[in-house]
Design a protein around this ligand. Sequence first.
Ligand code: G3P
Ligand code: CA
Length: 315
Amino acid sequence: MQHSKPMISLLLTGCVGLGASGMALAEASDRQAMVQAHQAFAVIAHRGASGHAPEQTWPALEQALAVEADYLELDVQVTADGELVAFHDDDLARTTSVEGAVGDFTLAELQALDAGGWFNDAFPERADAAYAGARILSLDEIFARYGDSVRYYLETKSPHLNPGLEAALVERLEAHGLAEPERVLIQSFDQQSLLRVHELNADLPLVQLLWYYPEEEGAEALVEWTGVTPAPEAMSDADFQAIADYAIGVGTNLTYYDGREVIDADFVAQAQANDLLVHVYTINDSETMARLMAWGVDGLFTDFPDRLRALAPAE
Ligand code: G3P
Ligand code: CA
């Protein structure tokens, strides 16, 4: 199972839910400019076009760009030798032939692995011989290849497993000339990670990720994974404002594993009334895409950016 968030023990490095006063974006005008820069409806290619090709490999990124996705969504982790790679899971086992964390291996060791063959086995109807042998990608090579021709939506993934991630990410963005407010969005489930990014470079717009799930299996009551907000139906304007103090948007799940919807149109409207963009993950069927667009969401994370682009033609 790719999503196992409630099972994971979060080792957040600070107090979640704290007021972010003092960390608030420096100038209201800067914040407004950041919001406006990302306000057009966003087709967010989740791990690239990961429904069509092995996630976060060249084929997935190329296919996302071929259908004019607005953002490449990438999960960023740190290798044993301090390099940054695009990789989602806490363990390599699902998409490579080895077990262990990204941080257990050097970049060279990771790039010797086949990170594409698994896709052909898992999705034979979408298999392509060219996917076998696809490599794990470093952020450096992605930035070198695409530069400022694309927008990046970068997640600080599992910061408790990736010490130094935020500093390394900001440093690489700056080195590549990509630390521009209109060029990137930085996302995380970990509020403290976002605040560390903000301390390092206040020009980088932030998105607070949210994961709502039942308090107990089968229970009505919902909780947010890290406790960064109350249950969605209990959200007050003050709760949204606490996020708007440091972030320009939220990225939230629509459904729990059993298909239960955890947010509704009112949640979206209230977030937007509090000057937050609302991006929803991970939406792969066209019918749900259209329904969420009718709610007025600002963008969708999808493994099939071609389907979403068909509903939201590029301008
Ligand atoms: O970053 C948005 C979405 O990708 C969060 O879920 O587990 O796919 O990183 P995950
Ligand atoms: Ca992600």
